[in-house]
Ligand binder design. Structure first.
Ligand SMILES: Nc1ncnc2c1ncn2[C@@H]1O[C@H](COP(=O)(O)OP(=O)(O)OP(=O)(O)O)[C@@H](O)[C@H]1O
Ligand SMILES: [Mg+2]
Length: 313
């Protein structure tokens, strides 16, 4: 059995306004479990509390109630932090240092020897393509360069668990591709990765499991393929050479009939209706050019889940 890398039990967080007034809870009983070697995508809309959860796990913000632990150590225990590499939403660097010096600085904080620091640099600069910018000051770096350096800092101590807050946000397609490849590599290396994201397509490609935060609780959680038994919204049947009266007859059970490039398209709400229509067309003189089930997109699925979650509370 794999170990539990992250566990939260009934986590609650209520911030105070600058006047000291209680605000509505950001986290309201969040219970979640991430197993070792998993890549877990933590989803939720803006302001859902993803960064708050991540900061609690990293010991940067304290919960008001509930528990959070990393490999069995409480988030209040220093040993928990030594196992985590953290990439913040907006990584902060010493602007006058170069990537090489930055990594050296963090290596020294970890108590690494010169030889160990050089070896780690060789590995990370190759992995994150930092060699060309190794000796340039961070000041003036683009978002993509900063993100690569942020990853290197998070991975400096070769942590068992990486916690990444929106690792793909603000990156161009090349940058996102780089992050995706990196996550896949980390998965191959049996690291545990917990990351928040809005970019659902990227989540779909790299995650073993996902969880969705709605109203401070985990609304949905599970393996992607189990969660995403997305419904077929409709079945489109494109036809040719079908007599007008047959089209008129089929229109009564179709949701929509329209002229498509390849012929007349009839949209049905079920596979059964589409199959029945195809049989009728074949029985006459018409042709079926295509029969295509149209599934809900991942984006639509999560929006619907979000709406269902909000409606339920
Ligand atoms: N220090 C703070 N003081 C008061 N309220 C805060 C503080 N930090 C966060 N909040 C509030 O808590 C809620 C959750 O914020 P959080 O940053 O955790 O959300 P998020 O899911 O990371 O959002 P995003 O997708 O925009 O990054 C928001 O309503 C935010 O305004
Ligand atoms: Mg955030």
């Amino acid at each position: 059995m794999s170990e539990i890398a992250i566990e939260t039990k009934s986590l609650c967080k209520r911030y105070r306004s600058h006047l000291g007034m209680g605000l509505p809870p950001t986290l309201d009983g969040l219970s979640l479990r991430v197993h070792e070697h998993e890549v877990f995508g933590f989803l939720g809309k803006n302001g859902a509390g993803k960064t708050t959860t991540i900061k609690i796990l990293c010991g940067l913000v304290w919960q008001n109630q509930g528990e959070a632990s990393i490999f069995g150590y409480s988030n209040r225990d220093k040993r928990a932090r030594s196992l985590v590499g953290y990439l913040p939403e907006n990584p902060y660097f010493y602007e006058y240092l170069t990537p090489r010096e930055t990594l050296d600085f963090y290596g020294k904080l970890n108590g690494d020897t010169v030889a160990a620091r050089n070896k780690r640099w060789d590995y990370l600069s190759e992995l994150l393509d930092l060699s060309d910018i190794a000796n340039q000051r961070v000041r003036g770096f683009s978002k993509g360069m900063r993100q690569r350096l942020g990853f290197a800092v998070a991975m400096a101590g070769d942590p068992r668990l990486l916690i990444l807050d929106e690792p793909m946000s603000g990156l161009d397609p090349m940058g996102r591709h780089m992050v995706r490849d990196l996550m896949l590599r980390l998965r191959e290396e049996k690291k545990t990765v917990f990351f928040s994201s809005h970019i659902l397509g990227d989540v779909e490609q790299v995650c073993d499991r996902v969880g969705m935060l709605v109203n401070g609780k985990l609304h949905r959680e599970g393996a992607l393929q189990d969660l995403l038994t997305r419904e077929t919204l409709r079945v489109d049947v494109v036809t040719r050479d079908v007599p007008e009266d047959t089209i008129a007859e089929l229109s009564t059970s179709a949701q929509r009939v329209y002229d498509a490039d390849e012929g007349v398209c009839l949209s049905f709400s079920s596979h059964d209706d589409a199959d029945a229509a195809a049989r009728k067309i074949y029985a006459g003189s018409g042709r079926v050019v295509s029969l295509t089930p149209i599934a809900e997109t991942l984006e639509d699925y999560f929006v619907r889940q979000q709406e269902d979650g909000e409606g339920a509370s």
